[in-house]
Design a protein around this ligand. Sequence first.
Ligand code: AHR
Length: 528
Amino acid sequence: MNFAARRFILRIALLLLVSAAPLMAQQTAHLSIDASRAGAKIDRNLFGQFAENLGHGLYEGIWVGPDSPIPNTRGIRKDVVTALQALKVPDVRWPGGCFADEYHWRKGVGPAGKRPATVNSTWGGVVDPNAFGTDEFMDFIQQIGSQAYVSVNVGSGTPQEAAEWLEYMTAAAPTALEKERAANGHPDPYKVGFMGIGNESWSCGGDMIVDYYLAQLKIYSHFVRNMNPAQQDKNQMLKIAVGPGFPETEWTEAVMKAWKQHDWAWDFDGLSVHWYTTPGGWPLSMPSTGFSVDDYDKTLKSTLFMDEFLRKQEEVMDRYDPQKKVALVVDEWGGWYKALPGTNEHFLVQQNSLRDAILTSLNLNIFARHADRVRMANIAQMINVLQAMILTDKEKMVLTPTYYVFRMYVPFQDATFVPVDFDPGTLHRDGITLPRVDALAAKDASGKLWLEITNLDSEKPVEIDAEITGMTVKTAKGETLTAPAVDSINTFAAPGTVVPKPISATVKGGRLALTVEPKSVTVLSLEP
Ligand code: AHR
């Protein structure tokens, strides 16, 4: 080999070394946390759930009926209630979704034997026995210790129907509807924390143009009243208007412009937006099991768009509402994949893998970083539908990886955001670039500092070197969630494949050193 050729090879080798150096260096992530810096409150309602009358979400997932051999309390599964109690679910959105705009509440109250069977035209045309109605939903909410978020029917209902529903639920004075509720066994008025005025009114909720929707919104907002005496001055029901399920902002612009001009007669407190992770778009092609590492990367890339999606909506909201009075409510989000083979495609059944756990922490961290405007979110959906917390099959129940992430994040509910300065690094694979790590910190009401670290890298661990100032920390302990493969799942036969395990670290001189495993979610409490 002549001198020129040798020099050329040496140059190439040097170039390769130089370009690889940042990648190698990124395997240590340096975090800097000043515990005395405080951001917005991470509203506990960011950890809300969505339970639509869809497939086996309510029927079988929650409701088995009082005569079922499956252990239940007044028809509601005990195993599911116990599992959900541990999540401290702040609110549950019901009865839809698209189903809400065809739900007529009167068919779901009164003696079980007298309720009419109807057709669930939105979701598969199956017969709906209406056994799980308003009183059963409220019973479920009380059993799991949550709050009701009801979506009223704007698409095929009337303001009168919705007003009577709210009166049935919340009246304390002896009106006919209050007496009817009492006769159905519920003398005390229910609390309704949130009321959604329509759902996706630009699509399944009635294909409305925004001006038509605004006219409806004003009427419903004025006439549909919460009458519960305990919700008049304090704990008022928040009204949530329909926002977009697409990144374009014309709908938001029109609704916020109207809000800015609103008079005493109508108002709303939140704007609902829907954004799902649908890698590859529609029609859905991404499987929920047996997928590749490339599919994992594509899914995470797609889910990280949530940040841009929120920014676009916030930019418009900030112009009309700089004081951030109106909350952005992401009341449908999560991974939406191809239905599991052999299932009814209208039932939106999918498996839930370690990939969904990572997707969950990334989205929760995005919401927390937007917490000054994003004050509520509801993952779709709670049980047996889309990115579920829980899967059931008759008497069997299994907790999904997503369930465990929600459980690990309980300390972040109502905690105060503490900014984390860090370089997330980059992962390059097959034309996709992802951050290597993500992190979130917050202080809870007792002053304890919590730190979450997500390692997106499916192959390599990451060394965490975190400098903590603003408080004295000596130990760190918590849980980490990972599994053998990105598509690892929990099954009824093997429910323990993706479960958190304890992790701890020492902190010396204000520096925490810890190795987080590949494709993992870790939550630590930092102790003095
Ligand atoms: O969550 C499934 C469906 O997705 C909801 O019913 C609808 O609002 C959205 O399009």
